[in-house]
Write a protein that binds this ligand. Structure first.
Ligand code: FAD
Ligand code: NAI
Length: 494
C-alpha cells in the first residue's frame, strides 16, 4: 500500500523546502550584550576573512558567548570548488556565493560585520587597523581580546615578468568574470581575421599555466565549452581553438595518486588538450608566452607560444598582511608558507591570536577541506574557551581557599578538555573535462581511487552539492547544471 519512493521524495522535497524557508527567514537573534550568563564582561572575538576557514567557524560558533566581529573586504563566502566552472558559464558566478551577513544572521546572537581589509596589527595593544577596500583612506581601529586570522592566500607569480600584467587568475569571483570576458573577447575578435591567419590562431590559443587541480579543472571546463557550445554557435572558430596546459613538473595533479594523474593526462590527450609537461614559463608579454622545456638528455628547449588568453594557476603564496605578521610577531621567525601555529592553531609567539586555513602552516595542504575542519575546530574550542574565561573570573572572585580549590579543579578539567586539532582527510576530487573526474576517496581506514565514467562524475557532482554551504546555494548550483544540460552555456558578453 505504501510507495516508499514517493514518500521519500515528498519528505526530501519538504525538508529541502523547509531548509530554504528557514535560511530566508532566520529566527531573530539575541542582541550583542556586554555580559555573559555568568555576569562577566564578554570578550571581543574578531575574525579576519570570509572564506572557508572564517565562514566554517562562524557557522558553528555560539555567537552568544562573545562579542563577535567579522572583518573582510569580501562580503560573501565563495564556494571555490566550483569556481573553475564559472568562467565558461557552467555555473553562474552568483550561484556560488553566500553573503557573510546571511551566515552571521543564522547564528544565536548578533554579529558585527565590517567590509574592510586588516592592514596592520599592534599585537602588544590587542589592536588592529582596518581600511575600507577602495582608494579612499577610510580607516578604523578595532580592539580585540581574541583574534582569528583566516585571510587565505594570494596567487603566486614567482615574480615572472609579465604574469601580473597580462595573465588572468582564478582565485576570486572577479577573476572568473574577467576570464569569461577575455574568452569572449578573443573569440569575437578572432572572427574578424581570415581563417588560418596567424593573428586568428594566436587569439584562439587559450593557455593555462599550472597543472595543479585549479589548472586541470579549468582546462577541462574550457574544452567542454568549446566542444559543446562554441562548436554549435561558431563552428569555424571552435575548430581553430587550441587549449594548452603548461606544467613545470613531469606530471599534472601531483598531489593525487599515479593512476589518477595518468588517467587525467590520458583524458586530456583524448580530449585534444595540448599538455606541455616539464615546461616552465619564464616570461609573458601581451601576446607571447616564453617557456623552457627540459629534455630527456638534460638540455632545455626554448618555446615561444603566441596566445590569446592566459590563465595563471601556478600556485599560491601568503598575503602581504600575513607576511607582515611574520615580521611583527616574535616566534614567527622562519615562517615562510604561513603563520606557524601550535597544536590548538594558536599563532606561535602569541597568547590570543589564532590562524586557520591557507594563511596557517600546519603541514596539511592548503585546501578548503582543511580550512573547513580548522574553522569547525576553533568554533568548538572557543565555546570551551568561554567557559574557561568564566572560571578564571570566578577564581579571582572566590573568597575562601576551599571555594578557590573547587573552581581550580573545574578550571583544570576545562583546560584539559581542549584537545589538539586533528585533520581527518576525506579524499580529493578533480574534474578533468568531458564529464570525467578523478577521485581519491577515504572512508576511515579504507581508501580507494576512482577514475572517469559516470560513477566518478556522479560522486564529484554529489560531493560538491553536499559541500555547498547553504540550501540556497545547493538549489542554485543544481538549477545551473540543469539549465546547461537543457539550453547549453549562456556566454553572453556582459
Ligand atoms: P579563503 O577561502 O581564500 O578566504 C580568505 C578570506 O580572507 C577572504 O574572504 C578574503 O577576502 C579575506 N581577506 C584577505 N585579506 C584580508 C585582510 N587583510 N583582512 C581581512 N580579510 C582578508 N579546496 C578543496 O578542498 N577542494 C576543492 O575542490 C578546491 N577547489 C578550489 C578551486 C579553486 C579555483 C581555488 C582557487 C581553490 C580551491 N580549493 C579547494 C582551495 C580552497 O579554496 C582554499 O584552500 C580555501 O579557500 C582556504 O580557505 P581560507 O579561509 O584560508 O581562505
Ligand atoms: P598548485 O600549487 O596545486 O599547482 C600549481 C602548479 O603550477 C604546480 O604543479 C607547479 O609546478 C605549476 N607551476 C608553477 N609555476 C609554473 C611555471 N612557471 N610554469 C609552469 N608551471 C608552473 O596550485 P592550485 O592548483 O592553484 O591549487 C592550490 C591549492 O588549492 C592546492 O592545495 C590544491 O590542492 C587546492 N585545490 C584543490 C582542488 C580540488 O581538490 N579539486 C581544486 C583547486 C585547488
Amino acid at each position: 500500500p505504501f510507495d516508499v519512493g514517493a514518500i521519500g521524495t515528498v519528505l526530501a522535497t519538504t525538508w529541502f523546502g523547509f531548509s530554504i524557508y528557514r535560511e530566508a527567514n532566520p529566527k531573530s537573534q539575541k542582541p550583542q550584550t556586554d555580559l555573559t550568563a555568568a555576569g562577566i564582561e564578554k570578550k571581543h572575538l574578531v575574525i579576519l576573512g570570509s572564506g572557508w576557514g572564517a565562514a566554517s567557524m562562524l557557522k558553528d560558533l555560539d555567537t552568544s558567548l562573545y562579542k563577535v566581529t567579522i572583518i573582510s573586504p569580501r562580503s560573501y563566502f565563495l564556494f571555490t570548488p566550483l569556481l573553475p566552472s564559472a568562467p565558461t558559464g557552467t555555473i553562474e558566478p552568483r550561484s556560488i556565493v553566500e553573503p557573510i551577513r546571511s551566515i552571521a544572521k543564522r547564528t544565536p546572537a548578533e554579529v558585527t560585520y565590517y567590509e574592510a581589509d586588516a592592514t596592520d596589527l599592534d599585537y602588544s595593544n590587542n589592536s588592529l587597523k582596518i581600511k575600507f577596500p577602495d582608494s579612499s583612506a577610510v580607516e578604523k581601529e578595532v580592539k580585540y581580546d581574541y583574534l582569528v586570522v583566516a585571510v587565505g592566500a594570494q596567487p603566486s607569480t614567482f615574480n615572472i615578468p609579465g604574469v601580473a600584467d597580462y595573465a588572468c587568475f582564478l582565485k576570486e569571483l572577479p577573476d572568473a568574470i574577467q576570464v569569461r570576458r577575455k574568452i569572449l573577447e578573443s573569440v569575437e575578435k578572432a572572427s574578424l581575421f581570415p581563417e588560418g591567419s596567424a593573428e586568428r590562431k594566436r587569439l584562439l590559443h587559450f593557455v593555462v599555466v599550472g597543472g595543479g587541480p585549479t589548472g586541470v579543472e579549468f582546462a577541462g571546463e574550457l574544452k567542454d565549452y568549446v566542444d559543446e557550445d562554441l562548436s554549435k554557435w561558431m563552428p569555424e572558430i571552435a575548430k581553430e581553438v587550441k587549449v594548452t596546459l603548461i606544467e613545470a613538473l613531469p606530471n599534472v595533479l601531483n598531489s593525487f595518486s599515479k593512476s589518477l594523474w595518468t588517467y587525467a593526462q590520458k583524458t586530456f590527450a583524448e580530449n585534444d588538450i595540448q599538455l606541455l609537461v616539464n615546461t616552465a614559463v619564464n616570461n609573458v608579454t601581451d601576446t607571447v608566452i616564453t617557456a623552457s622545456t627540459k629534455q630527456k638528455d638534460g638540455s632545455t628547449e626554448k618555446k615561444e607560444l603566441p596566445y590569446g588568453m592566459l590563465v595563471w594557476a601556478g600556485g599560491i603564496r601568503p598575503t602581504d598582511f600575513t607576511t607582515g605578521l611574520f615580521k611583527k610577531i616574535e616566534g614567527q621567525a622562519g615562517a615562510r608558507r604561513g603563520l606557524l601555529v601550535d597544536e590548538n592553531l594558536k599563532v606561535k609567539g602569541t597568547e590570543n591570536v589564532y590562524a586557520v586555513g591557507d594563511c596557517a602552516f600546519t603541514g596539511h595542504p592548503p585546501t578548503g577541506q582543511v580550512a573547513h575542519q580548522e574553522g569547525h575546530y576553533l568554533a568548538s574550542t572557543f565555546a570551551k574557551r568561554a567557559a574557561i574565561d568564566d572560571l578564571e573570573a570566578e577564581l579571582v572572585r572566590s573568597s575562601n581557599s576551599d571555594e578557590k580549590s573547587k573552581v581550580q579543579t573545574r578550571l583544570d578539567a576545562a583546560l584539559a578538555d581542549i584537545k589538539p586539532f586533528k585533520y581527518n582527510h576525506l579524499g580529493s576530487l578533480s574534474y578533468v573535462g568531458a564529464e570525467k573526474a578523478v577521485a581519491d576517496l577515504v572512508w576511515g581506514t579504507f581508501s580507494s581511487t576512482s577514475t572517469g565514467g559516470a560513477f566518478t562524475y556522479l560522486i564529484w557532482r554529489s560531493s560538491y552539492i553536499a559541500m555547498c554551504i547553504s540550501a540556497r546555494m545547493r538549489a542554485l548550483v543544481a538549477a545551473d547544471w540543469l539549465k546547461v544540460s537543457l539550453f547549453g552555456r549562456d556566454l553572453t558578453k556582459e
